[in-house]
Design a binder for this molecule. Sequence first.
Ligand code: SF4
Length: 84
Amino acid sequence: MSEPTRIKLDRTVCDGFGICARHAPKYFSLDDWDYASLIGDGTVAEEDHDDVMRALFDCPVHAIVELRSTATGSEADAPRSASL
Ligand code: SF4
């Protein structure tokens, strides 16, 4: 069984385009200025994977990154490779 996809959102990078919340509204909420917040702890359910990856790849400022577990058990940013 594979590990669930985990993501994080860097709100200091977000530029308020609002695209992520359109693709994956269960995972991203927008404030009054369309700046995003992550809903939940970043764990992505299998059935939502494609929607969240679409949000990740369509974010114009790369504020959303996928996390990968390392051999030491810590998490690191994964390269933005296509995994749809
Ligand atoms: S798509 Fe990117 S820039 Fe736009 S609101 Fe989401 S995180 Fe922010």
